[in-house]
Structures are given as structure tokens and as C-alpha cells.
Design a protein around this ligand. Structure first.
Ligand code: PMP
Length: 288
């Protein structure tokens, strides 16, 4: 069934949802975006996503032509128009149509695109067996060059690392920052467990401030777990008891091998499974 797409200020048919070749979002990756889940018709963590979108926009001096309230309404309208029960929303704000050349001030109005569609998930089997990853040689963008907290339309840094993983037939790669500390995976945040303590690299190490990450930290603390944000090295990942990733699409997924080193006993560990379970229920509101 053809989708209804939000384009700038209204819903249009999928076939009419076209953007100009002069949009700087296309020409330069100049823009910001969000990926948001819908569970049982409810938009998950809407407020946090809208806030992050507006923060990203502010950081790149992009004026979103709607208020956060109007944006929230537009997202809800798009979800309803597509009768989406469970799915994925891609919310994109581009710099807009301008002239050739970098100057963003030639772009008069930012473009807004909201797509509410089905979601492509990792197969269930991968959650049960756990996933393999590699360490990427591609270093995460230097935070002084492009703060990784900005969810910008330019994902080349991550794509280069993703290709390294796919080249050796694994789905994901861990990215390290310019100092060699763990930053994040190409589209997910990283956690490890060691002696029952949960560790996450601080956002300042060079990751997106993941919304799933924040929820998982909250749920872990509710379970009485100790969660510590500290810099992690490649060595820490090699010798940890459990390793898992979090993200909007992946939710919580266990990693069982990195760079040929088996983690724990080669299966997703008990804390990973517990947190996945808790997240699953929380997202679907089977518990508070
Ligand atoms: N890091 C990167 C680079 C991402 O693109 C994402 C989102 N896919 C994440 C982490 C996870 O963030 P969230 O939990 O907000 O989806």
C-alpha cells in the first residue's frame, strides 16, 4: 500500500513526495534526522526524540520551520494516516533548496520529511544466538570536527565502518575515537558487563546520545544494577563478561564475538537477556 508522507507542511502521496536536487540535504548532507519506533500505535519516547532533533538543528544553525509541538503533531498525524501499529518513523529536516555551493544561507526554508513505515529488524535468531562484531579501523569523527551528538544527515563516517563489518560478513562494527576509546557501533550504542557491573562509554567519547541507551540505563538501575559511564578500551571489550548494543531499531542485542574473541560463554549473557526483556516489556508498556 502506498504511504502517506509528510512533506514540509502537509501529507502527500508517496508518489508526490519528491525533493529538489538543489536541496542541501542531498548536495552536502546538510540536515538532521531522527529514527523513532512506534509500538502499539504509540510513538516511543517522542519527547526525547523531538528534543534531540531540535538540539541537533540548533547545533548546526538550522531553523526548523515548526515548533516542537507542531512537529509532534505532524509525527502523530503521519502515523495515524498510515494506520501504523508497529513501525519506524524517519523524521528528516534538510537545510532546504539553495544554490550550488556550500553557503547554507542561500537555503530559505528547511525541508521537513516524515516517513512512517514498517520496520526492518534483525532476525529473531540473531537475538537468541547473539551477534558477531569487529573493531572498525575507521576512527569515529573527532568531536571537535563534528560533534557525534548531532544526528546529522552525513553518516559517511559510520558507513565506512559498516562496510568494514559487511566485508567480513558480520552485521556491525565497533568504532573507537581518536584516542582509541570505544565510541559506539555504527548505528547503536555500546555496553559491557564485567563482574555484574554495567559499563557504558560516556557520550563524550564520541557517540550519539542514544535514547534507547538512556532508557536501558534507567531500567538497569531500577533492577538494582550498578551502571558506570567510563571510557572503555578494546581490551575491556575483549575481556568483558557480556557485550550488548542498544538502538531504536535493534533495541537490545547481545554480542558474542568481537575480532575473533568469544565473549563470555558465547551466548548472550544473563544481564543482556534481562535488560532486553525489560526493554521489550517497557517499550510495549507491559510494565512501567
Ligand atoms: N549511534 C548512532 C550513530 C545512531 O545512528 C543511533 C541511532 N540509530 C544510535 C547510536 C542509537 O540511538 P537511539 O537509541 O536513540 O536510536
Amino acid at each position: 500500500m502506498a504511504l502517506k508522507i509528510w512533506l514540509n507542511d502537509r501529507l502527500v502521496d508517496e508518489a508526490e513526495a519528491r525533493v529538489s536536487v538543489f536541496d542541501h540535504g542531498l548536495l552536502y548532507g546538510d540536515g538532521v534526522f531522527e529514527g523513532i519506533r512506534v509500538y502499539d500505535k504509540r510513538v516511543f519516547e517522542m519527547e526525547a526524540h523531538i528534543r534531540r532533533l531540535f538540539d541537533s538543528a540548533r547545533a548546526i544553525r538550522l531553523q526548523i520551520p515548526m515548533s516542537p509541538k507542531e512537529m509532534t503533531k505532524a509525527v502523530e498525524t503521519t502515523v495515524a494516516a498510515n494506520n501504523l501499529n508497529d513501525g519506524y518513523i524517519r523524521l528528516v529536516v534538510t537545510r532546504g533548496v539553495g544554490s550550488l555551493g556550500l553557503n547554507p544561507f542561500t537555503c530559505k526554508t528547511a525541508g521537513v520529511i516524515i516517513i512512517a513505515d514498517k520496520i526492518q529488524l534483525y532476525p529473531e535468531e540473531l537475538y537468541e544466538k547473539g551477534m558477531k562484531v569487529i573493531s572498525a579501523t575507521t576512527v569515529r569523527n573527532h568531536p571537535l570536527a563534528l560533534p557525534p551528538q548531532i544526528k546529522s544527515l552525513n553518516y559517511l563516517n559510520n558507513i565506512l565502518a559498516k562496510m568494514e563489518a559487511l566485508d567480513v560478513d558480520v552485521p556491525e562494527a565497533i568504532m573507537y575515537n581518536h584516542e582509541g576509546y570505544v565510541a559506539e557501533a555504527t548505528g547503536d550504542n555500546v555496553f559491557i558487563v564485567r563482574n555484574k557491573i554495567v559499563y557504558a562509554p560516556p557520550v563524550e567519547a564520541g557517540s550519539l546520545e542514544g535514547i534507547t541507551r538512556a532508557v536501558v540505563i534507567r531500567l538497569a538501575r531500577q533492577e538494582g544494577m550498578e551502571v558506570v559511564e567510563k571510557n572503555l578500551t578494546r581490551f575491556d571489550l575483549y575481556v568483558c563478561d557480556e557485550l550488548f548494543l542498544t538502538g531504536t531499531a535493534a533495541e537490545v542485542i547481545g554480542i558474542v564475538e568481537i575480532d575473533g574473541r568469544v565473549i563470555g560463554d558465547g551466548k548472550p549473557g544473563p544481564i543482556t537477556r534481562l535488560l532486553r526483556d525489560r526493554f521489550y516489556s517497557y517499550a510495549r508498556r507491559k510494565e512501567k
